[in-house]
Ligand binder design. Sequence first.
Ligand code: NAD
Length: 497
Amino acid sequence: METIPHWIAGKPYDRAAERHGDVYNPATGAVQARVAFATPAVVDDAIAAAAAALPAWRATSLARRTKIMFAFRELVDRRKEDIAALLTREHGKVPSDALGEVNRGLEVIEFACGIADLIKGEYSENVSTEVDSYAIRQPLGVVAGITPFNFPAMVPMWMYPLAIACGNTFVLKPSERDPSAANFCAQLMMEAGLPPGVLNVVHGDKVAVDRILEHPQVAAVSFVGSTPIARYIYETGTRHGKRVQALGGAKNHMIVLPDADMELAADAAVGAGYGSAGERCMAISVIVAVGDAGERLVPALRERIARLKTGPGSDPGSELGPLITGAHRDKVKGYGDAGVGEGAKLVMDGRGLRVAGHEDGFFLGPCLFDGVRPEMSIYQDEIFGPVLGVVRVATYDEAMAMVHAHPYGNGVAIFTNDGGAARKFVAEVEVGMVGVNVPIPVPMAYYSFGGWKASLFGDLHIYGRDGVRFYTRTKAVTSRWPDPRFRGVDLGFPQNK
Ligand code: NAD
């Protein structure tokens, strides 16, 4: 059976792995490969490779860094079907969804191609007589990224292209569930001209993560994953003196006002609720139907959900793939059971789905609950599967109070034709990313991505201009050329003249 190796100093790491994990094909339920799990010593080797590559890389001209980034962009674009195929094989998402992921990652690489402009500093002439001041942005050093299973290509691309373009060297610890895309892209980076050691990939679990968090040569950590781990990464990383941004989980609400176009709202909710089998941090998982909106929306949802096709990515008709593991499928299914037990009405029940020829795959059909109440676990918890709940409330204010009472604040959407209501919502809502008649408002690469409350620990969002700020530190310089006129000892605090 194939063993997926680490990628260190520009090549597959050749020392035999002491620890391994299984990589499943979620559509068949079979183990298809083993992945090496890093020990602390392997992580140390990756960080040493990144540290060794740092002096030359940070001294590499912006012109050269830009050329490499453009070349990488071309290679990812040319090989995007191959990357998408790896995602379907290991994550299970259907090919159109996998290709969408690669295309959104590509946009961040394109943003990083503009590094020469993004990293510009500031200059002021004559801040005092014949004294000039300027500020420059410099890389942090060796930085690390720790990423989740649900976007194995895109989420790492939120991090390493920009970090590397800024002059840092990088150690990526992708999800151990779908590790191949990271290695593939690291190899493309080499083909694009990146020197060995600038981008390294270590695979593994908590052992690898903990070594990254405590290693004195790691200056900063970007994390994307679930909220309990994000909190742990933030607290542990900052305790070890690192700059940390840690993006966590979500429970994204979609508010539907009675004046909304219900057909549009139903299309949007089904796409955003069940796309990627609900395994997206920006998935809609709760619909808050205001006034009589639920009366018209729920039948429209049922009709669409009944037509959805759940199946393997190898079948071109499949719209939803399997979940990532059998354990996760059982957990999500358990929420279906819990919702029934808590008194919500299960209007579409995908729990018994069997996919012919793929009986051992980790499939679960779409489930829709109506009559969900805030105290239920299916409302409180991030389910991360194809389970959508409808809560019915009488007023806009009640809907807003629910969003505000929820611990997560990643994404939210409002569906309405009332521009005034939408504008008020955008101004008031305490959530990091907001959609107006847009169900998955993932910001463009030139804006930054990040939630509020329990969806992000740290001060800066990821990619976009916040990404450049995160991966650089500012140095302010005050400069005067020696001039005999300014001779003489003065113990006073320097003042501008
Ligand atoms: P996860 O938190 O289980 O794992 C994320 C990473 O942390 C992986 O690399 C994993 O190996 C590592 N990890 C897991 N347990 C650890 C531990 N105890 N100590 C140290 N490291 C550990 O998340 P996941 O299941 O891979 O991904 C799904 C989660 O990610 C969901 O909660 C989803 O909302 C979230 N997510 C958030 C965003 C966002 O932008 N906010 C984007 C994608 C996914």
